[in-house]
Design a protein around this ligand. Structure first.
Ligand SMILES: Cc1cc2nc3c(=O)[nH]c(=O)nc-3n(C[C@H](O)[C@H](O)[C@H](O)COP(=O)(O)OP(=O)(O)OC[C@H]3O[C@@H](n4cnc5c(N)ncnc54)[C@H](O)[C@@H]3O)c2cc1C
Length: 571
């Protein structure tokens, strides 16, 4: 069962949270040599990465080096010539490449996480045999083409069209923008509107070499500058019928499945970036002397370092918990995946910002790596679903299930007369949940299952999980279907779910680390810090569900939007 959906129902699914999932043995075997090879290849290239960031491109020889390392075949099954890594191991590889350079992770990640993921998830045997071996070797590089000038977050509004020809082939016309790997890809997963039932979208596999396919110049970006981002144009491109991915009209489902499945790649990359920054920031804090001592001795510097550690630990714990859920064959992980992306991206941005602050003026200079980390990480909350839209998704998917239990309740009441046993059964579950929320009696206990050193964070999880259920219940009852438009309320519900789910992952991971005397104490302190801060955030969020200044926020924004400017000057 989805852990987050259980939390929304006021339950802590201890059986899904403990013990923290270990890496598969087969992954462990392939990962060790792979991570060493990555370090050997990338570590000596620090000056090159800096130059390529300025120039805004990765040279062809370097991409050939990535091919030679097998980095384009990470998640492709061995039978097709890939390494067959699990999602967890794949995220670990991207974490390692990100320690050296974000653009490298993006080139590999856009290929695997989204470019050819549709083929892996939905391809026919023929499509896989035709393309996967060449994608695994990197002879073909893949890209994912969804976004258009008029269709960003609202991906369902794309205008690229594919018309069916009498011979069953398709004619594809339209332009996609900001496509990662756009300028170097050989195979595109393209989403287009197809005729038939209004609004239907179909996914196609399109080769870059086909007549009518072209791409624009590399975009001049703020960050991840060396990775290729271009427009991709399709001018009456003939696509053979066998290159439809999954079923005609199911393209939107394909796109969402790809994005959900690929999110842990982005999260893994963010974790690697944070680890590199923590190493830099601790060295800087120890070495830099001010007022006659290393700045590491000042509490306000230590506070930043501690927060980086908590953020990195929490992001790592949640990303690998979600990757494990995907690897275990769960098909209900999209809410957890969205939370892992939201948390890891924001944690990485906080870490980059604070690492630069610790470096002071040096952090602002291009000779140092901090400003690039700030620029590179800025994209993380924007692409693969903006964090705003993902927060709405987290809340709405949790509320949808709760709404379903109301519908069940209604039908249970009807059923009491028709089928008393079934009717009372469902009613019983519901009444029990309400009782738990109201009184805390029967509250799920995870504190008994974790070492005593983790009592405080586990009790916070126990206390606040019913609060999420109560908050969701309140919001749904108050607004009913109109809740879809109540973004302040949805964000509050999402923030509670994020703190609880990430907190549960932190607790689980910290529990696993209690077995090692070297890591037990710092891991317990991190879990305690995360939980105490989450508790303060959650208490405030809950308070604001009923006592807030939402109307004033709307009024100020409405005034500014109407004026189109800030209207006052002091003189
Ligand atoms: C470097 C880079 C690489 C990219 N790579 C790819 C790629 O490989 N393939 C691909 O298909 N796309 C790619 N994209 C596109 C990316 O996925 C989109 O930029 C993203 O989906 C957001 O769309 P948008 O930029 O049009 O922003 P908009 O959708 O216009 O959003 C603008 C702002 O409004 C907010 N907003 C929008 N709708 C709502 C709402 N309903 N409620 C509340 N707030 C809302 C957003 O959160 C955001 O803050 C890339 C973009 C960049 C910059």
């Amino acid at each position: 069962m989805s852990i987050v959906k259980a939390l929304f129902a006021g339950r802590i699914p201890t059986e899904s949270l403990l013990p923290y999932p270990p890496l598969r043995d087969q992954d462990r075997e392939s990962l060790g040599p792979m991570l060493d090879a990555i370090d050997q290849f990338l570590a000596p290239k620090q000056a090159d990465f800096k130059r390529w960031d300025r120039e805004g491109a990765q040279p062809a020889e370097f991409i050939q080096g990535l091919r030679d390392l097998g980095l384009f075949g990470l998640i492709i099954p061995e039978e097709y010539g890939g390494l067959g890594l699990s999602n967890a191991a794949y995220a670990r590889v991207l974490s390692q490449t990100s320690r050296h350079d974000s653009s490298v992770s993006l080139t590999i990640g856009a290929h695997s996480s989204i470019g050819m993921k549709g083929l892996l998830l939905f391809g026919t045997a023929d499509q896989k045999t035709k393309y996967l071996p060449r994608l695994a070797s990197g002879e073909l590089i893949a890209a994912f083409c969804l976004t258009e000038a008029g269709a960003g977050s609202d991906a369902a509004s794309i205008r690229t069209r594919a018309e069916k020809n009498p011979d069953g082939s398709w004619t594809l016309t339209g332009e996609k923008i900001w496509i990662t790997n756009g300028g170097i890809a050989d195979l595109y997963t393209v989403f287009a509107r197809t005729p038939g039932e209004a609004g239907k979208i179909t996914a196609f596999l399109v080769e870059a070499g086909w007549t009518g396919v072209s791409h624009g110049p590399h975009e001049d970006k703020m960050g991840i500058r060396a990775s290729s981002t271009t427009t991709v144009n399709f001018d009456r491109v003939r696509v053979p019928p066998e290159n439809v991915l999954d079923t005609e009209g199911k393209g939107f489902k394909v796109a969402m499945a790809i994005l959900n499945n690929g999110r842990t790649g982005l999260g893994g990359g963010a974790v690697g970036g944070m680890k590199a920054l923590i190493a830099l920031a601790t060295a800087q804090a120890n070495e830099r002397q001010q007022f006659g001592r290393p700045i590491a001795e000042f509490d306000l510097v230590r506070e930043k370092i501690a927060q980086m550690m908590v953020d990195c630990f929490a992001a790592e714990s949640v990303v690998w918990m979600v990757a494990h859920a995907i690897d275990s064959g769960s098909d209900d992980y999209s809410t957890e995946a969205a939370i892992s992306k939201i948390y890891a991206s924001e944690a990485m941005q906080r870490t980059a910002y604070e690492a630069l602050q610790i470096a002071g003026g040096s952090g602002f200079m291009r000779d140092y790596p901090y400003e690039q980390a700030v620029r590179d990480s800025r994209i993380l909350t924007i692409f693969e679903g903006t964090n705003e839209v993902l927060r709405l998704y987290v809340a709405l998917s949790g509320l949808k299930d709760l709404g379903r239990s109301y519908a069940e309740l209604r039908s249970a009441l009807d059923d009491i007369f028709n089928n008393p046993i079934k009717g009372f059964g469902v009613l019983g579950d519901y009444a029990e949940k309400r009782l738990t929320q109201a009184t805390g009696i029967g509250r799920d206990r995870i504190s008994a299952e974790v070492p005593a050193s983790l009592r405080e964070p586990s009790e916070i999880l126990e206390k606040y999980t019913p609060e999420l259920a109560k908050a969701a219940d309140y919001v749904l009852r108050r607004h009913g279907k109109a809740v879809v438009e109540r973004q302040f309320e949805l964000k509050r519900v999402a923030d509670l779910a994020i703190d609880l789910f990430v907190g549960a992952c932190v607790l689980s991971r910290a529990a696993a680390l209690q077995a090692d005397p070297r890591t037990a104490s710092p891991a317990a302190s991190i879990a305690r810090l995360f939980a105490q801060r989450a508790k303060r955030r959650m208490a405030e969020t809950i308070r604001r569900i009923t006592r807030n200044e939402d109307d004033a926020v709307r009024a100020v924004a409405a005034f500014a939007l109407e004026e189109g400017r800030y209207p006052w000057d002091v003189f």
